[in-house]
Design a protein around this ligand. Structure first.
Ligand code: HPA
Ligand code: ZN
Length: 341
Protein backbone atom coordinates (compact mmCIF):
# COMPACT_ATOMS: atom_id res chain seq x y z
CA UNK A 1 0.00 0.00 0.00
CA UNK A 2 1.19 3.53 -0.72
CA UNK A 3 1.04 6.01 2.19
CA UNK A 4 -2.09 7.57 0.63
CA UNK A 5 -3.77 4.19 0.35
CA UNK A 6 -2.88 3.41 3.95
CA UNK A 7 -4.44 6.70 5.08
CA UNK A 8 -7.60 5.93 3.14
CA UNK A 9 -7.70 2.38 4.52
CA UNK A 10 -7.52 3.64 8.13
CA UNK A 11 -10.10 6.39 7.62
CA UNK A 12 -13.00 4.06 6.85
CA UNK A 13 -11.83 0.93 8.67
CA UNK A 14 -14.60 -0.13 11.12
CA UNK A 15 -13.17 0.07 14.65
CA UNK A 16 -13.96 0.31 18.36
CA UNK A 17 -12.46 2.74 20.83
CA UNK A 18 -11.79 1.13 24.23
CA UNK A 19 -9.79 3.80 26.06
CA UNK A 20 -11.39 7.22 26.09
CA UNK A 21 -11.92 9.48 29.08
CA UNK A 22 -15.02 11.48 28.23
CA UNK A 23 -13.73 14.45 30.26
CA UNK A 24 -10.58 14.29 28.13
CA UNK A 25 -12.63 14.98 25.00
CA UNK A 26 -13.46 18.49 26.27
CA UNK A 27 -12.12 20.65 23.43
CA UNK A 28 -10.86 24.15 24.31
CA UNK A 29 -13.77 25.72 22.37
CA UNK A 30 -16.34 23.85 24.46
CA UNK A 31 -14.39 24.47 27.67
CA UNK A 32 -14.49 28.19 26.95
CA UNK A 33 -18.18 28.17 25.94
CA UNK A 34 -19.23 26.18 29.02
CA UNK A 35 -17.23 28.50 31.31
CA UNK A 36 -19.31 31.37 29.94
CA UNK A 37 -22.61 29.45 29.99
CA UNK A 38 -22.08 28.36 33.61
CA UNK A 39 -20.34 31.53 34.82
CA UNK A 40 -17.24 29.63 35.91
CA UNK A 41 -13.97 31.54 36.24
CA UNK A 42 -11.13 29.92 34.35
CA UNK A 43 -7.52 31.10 34.30
CA UNK A 44 -7.56 31.52 30.50
CA UNK A 45 -8.50 34.58 28.45
CA UNK A 46 -9.10 32.78 25.16
CA UNK A 47 -9.35 29.43 23.39
CA UNK A 48 -5.82 30.05 22.13
CA UNK A 49 -4.65 30.57 25.69
CA UNK A 50 -6.13 27.21 26.69
CA UNK A 51 -4.49 25.40 23.79
CA UNK A 52 -1.13 26.95 24.63
CA UNK A 53 -1.35 25.50 28.15
CA UNK A 54 -1.44 21.95 26.75
CA UNK A 55 2.24 21.15 27.10
CA UNK A 56 3.02 18.39 29.53
CA UNK A 57 6.18 16.76 30.76
CA UNK A 58 4.49 13.87 32.57
CA UNK A 59 1.12 12.43 33.61
CA UNK A 60 0.72 14.63 36.69
CA UNK A 61 1.31 17.81 34.66
CA UNK A 62 -1.58 16.80 32.43
CA UNK A 63 -3.85 15.70 35.29
CA UNK A 64 -3.54 19.11 36.96
CA UNK A 65 -4.94 20.80 33.83
CA UNK A 66 -7.45 18.01 33.18
CA UNK A 67 -9.07 18.40 36.62
CA UNK A 68 -9.06 22.17 36.20
CA UNK A 69 -10.88 21.81 32.85
CA UNK A 70 -13.59 19.67 34.42
CA UNK A 71 -14.68 22.61 36.59
CA UNK A 72 -16.87 23.92 33.74
CA UNK A 73 -18.99 20.74 33.72
CA UNK A 74 -21.89 21.39 36.09
CA UNK A 75 -25.24 20.31 34.62
CA UNK A 76 -26.53 17.10 33.05
CA UNK A 77 -26.80 19.05 29.78
CA UNK A 78 -23.06 19.83 29.90
CA UNK A 79 -22.27 16.11 30.14
CA UNK A 80 -24.72 15.42 27.34
CA UNK A 81 -23.13 18.04 25.06
CA UNK A 82 -19.63 16.78 25.85
CA UNK A 83 -20.55 13.18 25.05
CA UNK A 84 -22.45 14.12 21.92
CA UNK A 85 -19.48 16.11 20.57
CA UNK A 86 -17.24 13.07 21.13
CA UNK A 87 -19.69 10.76 19.35
CA UNK A 88 -19.74 13.08 16.33
CA UNK A 89 -15.94 12.78 16.12
CA UNK A 90 -16.10 9.04 16.64
CA UNK A 91 -18.66 8.70 13.88
CA UNK A 92 -16.37 10.69 11.53
CA UNK A 93 -13.60 8.16 12.34
CA UNK A 94 -15.83 5.15 11.52
CA UNK A 95 -15.93 4.07 15.15
CA UNK A 96 -18.71 1.48 15.50
CA UNK A 97 -18.47 0.87 19.26
CA UNK A 98 -17.12 2.91 22.20
CA UNK A 99 -16.23 2.01 25.78
CA UNK A 100 -16.06 5.27 27.65
CA UNK A 101 -14.44 6.08 30.99
CA UNK A 102 -15.85 8.71 33.29
CA UNK A 103 -14.42 10.09 36.54
CA UNK A 104 -17.40 10.68 38.87
CA UNK A 105 -15.16 11.69 41.80
CA UNK A 106 -13.89 14.62 39.74
CA UNK A 107 -17.47 15.90 39.70
CA UNK A 108 -19.12 14.79 42.95
CA UNK A 109 -16.17 16.37 44.82
CA UNK A 110 -17.28 19.69 43.30
CA UNK A 111 -20.90 19.19 44.34
CA UNK A 112 -22.22 17.90 41.00
CA UNK A 113 -24.74 15.11 41.68
CA UNK A 114 -23.70 11.64 40.45
CA UNK A 115 -27.16 11.37 38.86
CA UNK A 116 -26.55 14.40 36.63
CA UNK A 117 -23.21 13.08 35.44
CA UNK A 118 -24.47 9.64 34.50
CA UNK A 119 -27.77 10.85 33.06
CA UNK A 120 -26.10 13.37 30.76
CA UNK A 121 -23.53 10.89 29.47
CA UNK A 122 -25.82 7.90 29.09
CA UNK A 123 -28.63 9.88 27.39
CA UNK A 124 -26.15 11.05 24.75
CA UNK A 125 -24.87 7.49 24.28
CA UNK A 126 -28.43 6.25 23.76
CA UNK A 127 -29.10 9.02 21.22
CA UNK A 128 -25.79 8.27 19.46
CA UNK A 129 -26.84 4.67 19.00
CA UNK A 130 -30.18 5.82 17.55
CA UNK A 131 -28.54 8.32 15.22
CA UNK A 132 -25.49 6.38 14.01
CA UNK A 133 -25.78 2.84 15.36
CA UNK A 134 -22.70 3.38 17.56
CA UNK A 135 -22.97 0.94 20.46
CA UNK A 136 -21.39 1.76 23.81
CA UNK A 137 -20.40 0.70 27.29
CA UNK A 138 -19.72 3.00 30.23
CA UNK A 139 -16.83 2.36 32.65
CA UNK A 140 -16.71 4.13 36.01
CA UNK A 141 -13.12 4.97 36.97
CA UNK A 142 -11.88 5.35 40.52
CA UNK A 143 -9.29 8.09 41.08
CA UNK A 144 -6.29 6.22 42.44
CA UNK A 145 -4.76 9.26 44.18
CA UNK A 146 -7.77 9.15 46.54
CA UNK A 147 -8.21 6.36 49.09
CA UNK A 148 -10.12 3.11 48.76
CA UNK A 149 -12.87 4.30 51.11
CA UNK A 150 -13.65 7.11 48.63
CA UNK A 151 -13.79 4.54 45.81
CA UNK A 152 -16.18 2.39 47.89
CA UNK A 153 -18.40 5.44 48.51
CA UNK A 154 -18.44 6.12 44.76
CA UNK A 155 -19.45 2.54 44.05
CA UNK A 156 -22.26 2.99 46.61
CA UNK A 157 -23.48 6.03 44.66
CA UNK A 158 -23.38 4.04 41.43
CA UNK A 159 -25.61 1.21 42.74
CA UNK A 160 -28.91 2.71 41.49
CA UNK A 161 -27.39 3.07 37.99
CA UNK A 162 -25.75 -0.31 37.47
CA UNK A 163 -27.97 -0.93 34.45
CA UNK A 164 -25.96 1.82 32.71
CA UNK A 165 -22.49 0.85 33.93
CA UNK A 166 -20.59 -2.06 32.38
CA UNK A 167 -17.46 -1.94 34.47
CA UNK A 168 -15.04 -0.14 36.73
CA UNK A 169 -11.55 1.15 36.01
CA UNK A 170 -8.65 2.82 37.75
CA UNK A 171 -7.05 6.06 36.57
CA UNK A 172 -5.24 9.26 37.66
CA UNK A 173 -1.73 9.43 39.21
CA UNK A 174 -0.19 5.98 38.85
CA UNK A 175 3.16 6.20 40.67
CA UNK A 176 2.80 5.44 44.36
CA UNK A 177 -0.79 4.23 43.91
CA UNK A 178 -0.49 0.54 42.99
CA UNK A 179 -3.51 -1.52 41.95
CA UNK A 180 -3.40 -3.46 45.24
CA UNK A 181 -4.57 -0.29 47.03
CA UNK A 182 -8.00 -1.00 45.47
CA UNK A 183 -8.21 -4.77 46.00
CA UNK A 184 -11.40 -4.67 48.09
CA UNK A 185 -13.44 -2.32 45.93
CA UNK A 186 -12.52 -4.27 42.80
CA UNK A 187 -13.53 -7.54 44.50
CA UNK A 188 -16.87 -5.97 45.36
CA UNK A 189 -17.34 -4.68 41.80
CA UNK A 190 -16.66 -8.17 40.50
CA UNK A 191 -19.34 -9.61 42.81
CA UNK A 192 -21.75 -7.02 41.40
CA UNK A 193 -21.12 -8.49 37.94
CA UNK A 194 -19.07 -5.55 36.65
CA UNK A 195 -16.16 -5.86 34.20
CA UNK A 196 -12.78 -4.78 35.55
CA UNK A 197 -10.05 -2.73 33.90
CA UNK A 198 -7.13 -0.70 35.25
CA UNK A 199 -4.51 1.71 33.95
CA UNK A 200 -1.20 -0.05 34.57
CA UNK A 201 2.30 0.34 33.19
CA UNK A 202 1.76 3.82 31.74
CA UNK A 203 4.32 5.33 34.13
CA UNK A 204 4.25 2.59 36.75
CA UNK A 205 6.54 -0.47 36.71
CA UNK A 206 5.73 -3.95 35.35
CA UNK A 207 4.92 -4.96 38.94
CA UNK A 208 1.77 -2.80 38.73
CA UNK A 209 0.65 -4.79 35.68
CA UNK A 210 1.23 -8.02 37.65
CA UNK A 211 -0.89 -6.61 40.48
CA UNK A 212 -3.69 -5.57 38.13
CA UNK A 213 -3.82 -9.19 36.92
CA UNK A 214 -3.22 -11.05 40.19
CA UNK A 215 -4.87 -8.80 42.76
CA UNK A 216 -7.60 -6.97 40.81
CA UNK A 217 -8.29 -9.75 38.26
CA UNK A 218 -8.79 -7.28 35.44
CA UNK A 219 -10.36 -8.14 32.09
CA UNK A 220 -8.16 -5.59 30.25
CA UNK A 221 -5.03 -3.55 30.88
CA UNK A 222 -5.12 0.14 29.97
CA UNK A 223 -1.82 1.28 28.43
CA UNK A 224 0.52 -1.54 29.55
CA UNK A 225 3.59 0.02 27.91
CA UNK A 226 6.01 -0.95 30.65
CA UNK A 227 4.94 -4.60 30.52
CA UNK A 228 7.38 -4.75 27.60
CA UNK A 229 10.26 -4.54 30.11
CA UNK A 230 9.35 -7.94 31.59
CA UNK A 231 9.60 -10.81 29.10
CA UNK A 232 7.85 -13.31 31.38
CA UNK A 233 4.97 -10.86 31.73
CA UNK A 234 4.78 -10.42 27.94
CA UNK A 235 4.58 -14.20 27.54
CA UNK A 236 1.85 -14.37 30.16
CA UNK A 237 -0.21 -11.51 28.64
CA UNK A 238 0.08 -13.10 25.20
CA UNK A 239 -0.91 -16.52 26.55
CA UNK A 240 -3.96 -15.12 28.31
CA UNK A 241 -5.01 -13.14 25.25
CA UNK A 242 -5.14 -10.03 27.43
CA UNK A 243 -6.20 -6.89 25.59
CA UNK A 244 -3.98 -3.81 26.00
CA UNK A 245 -5.47 -0.40 25.21
CA UNK A 246 -2.50 1.58 23.92
CA UNK A 247 -2.70 5.33 23.33
CA UNK A 248 0.13 6.50 21.03
CA UNK A 249 -0.43 10.28 20.95
CA UNK A 250 -1.08 10.31 24.70
CA UNK A 251 2.20 8.44 25.25
CA UNK A 252 4.00 11.05 23.17
CA UNK A 253 2.38 14.08 24.86
CA UNK A 254 2.97 12.70 28.37
CA UNK A 255 6.58 11.75 27.57
CA UNK A 256 5.96 8.04 28.14
CA UNK A 257 7.79 7.76 24.79
CA UNK A 258 10.26 10.25 23.33
CA UNK A 259 9.17 9.84 19.73
CA UNK A 260 6.09 8.40 18.04
CA UNK A 261 8.40 5.82 16.41
CA UNK A 262 9.02 4.50 19.93
CA UNK A 263 5.35 3.49 20.30
CA UNK A 264 5.33 -0.17 21.41
CA UNK A 265 2.32 -1.12 19.25
CA UNK A 266 4.22 -2.94 16.51
CA UNK A 267 6.49 -4.70 18.99
CA UNK A 268 3.41 -5.77 20.95
CA UNK A 269 1.79 -7.24 17.85
CA UNK A 270 5.05 -8.99 16.95
CA UNK A 271 5.14 -10.46 20.48
CA UNK A 272 1.63 -11.89 20.08
CA UNK A 273 0.01 -9.30 22.35
CA UNK A 274 -3.52 -8.17 21.72
CA UNK A 275 -2.86 -4.44 21.30
CA UNK A 276 -5.48 -1.85 20.39
CA UNK A 277 -5.14 1.82 19.38
CA UNK A 278 -7.03 4.51 21.29
CA UNK A 279 -7.08 8.25 21.92
CA UNK A 280 -7.20 8.50 25.77
CA UNK A 281 -7.84 12.28 26.11
CA UNK A 282 -8.04 13.47 22.51
CA UNK A 283 -8.75 17.14 23.24
CA UNK A 284 -5.51 17.34 25.20
CA UNK A 285 -3.26 15.02 23.19
CA UNK A 286 -3.80 16.21 19.64
CA UNK A 287 -6.06 13.70 17.97
CA UNK A 288 -8.94 11.26 17.94
CA UNK A 289 -8.61 7.57 17.17
CA UNK A 290 -7.89 7.85 13.43
CA UNK A 291 -5.16 10.42 14.12
CA UNK A 292 -3.60 7.88 16.49
CA UNK A 293 -3.76 5.20 13.79
CA UNK A 294 -2.25 7.55 11.20
CA UNK A 295 0.59 8.60 13.49
CA UNK A 296 1.79 5.06 14.19
CA UNK A 297 0.96 3.64 10.76
CA UNK A 298 3.54 5.85 9.12
CA UNK A 299 6.07 5.98 11.99
CA UNK A 300 6.06 2.17 12.41
CA UNK A 301 5.31 1.38 8.74
CA UNK A 302 2.35 -0.81 9.69
CA UNK A 303 1.05 -3.21 7.07
CA UNK A 304 -2.57 -3.50 5.99
CA UNK A 305 -2.69 -6.83 7.84
CA UNK A 306 -1.43 -5.21 11.06
CA UNK A 307 -4.00 -2.40 10.78
CA UNK A 308 -6.72 -4.98 10.27
CA UNK A 309 -5.48 -6.91 13.31
CA UNK A 310 -5.62 -3.75 15.44
CA UNK A 311 -9.23 -3.14 14.35
CA UNK A 312 -10.13 -6.80 14.98
CA UNK A 313 -8.55 -6.60 18.45
CA UNK A 314 -10.67 -3.56 19.27
CA UNK A 315 -13.83 -5.62 18.75
CA UNK A 316 -12.67 -8.92 20.24
CA UNK A 317 -11.30 -7.01 23.24
CA UNK A 318 -14.58 -5.19 23.80
CA UNK A 319 -17.31 -6.10 26.28
CA UNK A 320 -19.87 -6.70 23.53
CA UNK A 321 -21.61 -10.10 23.37
CA UNK A 322 -20.10 -12.67 20.94
CA UNK A 323 -22.82 -12.32 18.28
CA UNK A 324 -22.25 -8.57 17.98
CA UNK A 325 -18.49 -9.05 17.88
CA UNK A 326 -18.90 -11.59 15.09
CA UNK A 327 -21.05 -9.13 13.17
CA UNK A 328 -18.44 -6.36 13.50
CA UNK A 329 -15.59 -8.68 12.50
CA UNK A 330 -17.58 -9.56 9.39
CA UNK A 331 -17.88 -5.83 8.71
CA UNK A 332 -14.08 -5.53 8.78
CA UNK A 333 -13.71 -8.51 6.43
CA UNK A 334 -16.23 -7.01 4.03
CA UNK A 335 -14.46 -3.66 4.13
CA UNK A 336 -11.06 -5.25 3.60
CA UNK A 337 -12.28 -7.41 0.72
CA UNK A 338 -13.73 -4.42 -1.09
CA UNK A 339 -10.97 -1.91 -0.38
CA UNK A 340 -9.25 -1.07 -3.64
CA UNK A 341 -5.53 -0.71 -3.08
N1 HPA B 1 -3.69 8.15 32.76
C1 HPA B 1 -4.16 8.19 34.01
N2 HPA B 1 -5.25 8.85 34.34
C2 HPA B 1 -5.91 9.51 33.39
C3 HPA B 1 -5.48 9.52 32.09
C4 HPA B 1 -4.31 8.78 31.75
O1 HPA B 1 -3.84 8.72 30.61
N3 HPA B 1 -6.37 10.27 31.39
C5 HPA B 1 -7.30 10.69 32.25
N4 HPA B 1 -7.03 10.24 33.48
ZN1 ZN C 1 -6.37 6.80 30.18
Amino acid sequence: MTPDQRTAYIDRLPKAELHLHIEGSLEPEMLFALAQRNHVDIPFASVEDIRNAYNFSNLQDFLDIYYQGMAVLLKAQDFYDLTWAYLERAHDDHVRHVEIFFDPQGHTERGVPFADVITGISDALADGEKQWGITSRLILCFLRHLDEAAAQATLDEALPYLDRIAGVGLDSSEMGHPPSKFANVFARAQLLGLKLVAHAGEEGPPEYVHEALDVLHVDRIDHGNRAMEDSALVTRLAGEGMTLTVCPLSNLKLCVIGDIADSPVKQMLDSGLKATVNSDDPAYFGGYVNANFHAIASALDLSREQLRTLARNSFTGSFLPPDQIAHLLAEIDHYDAHFAG
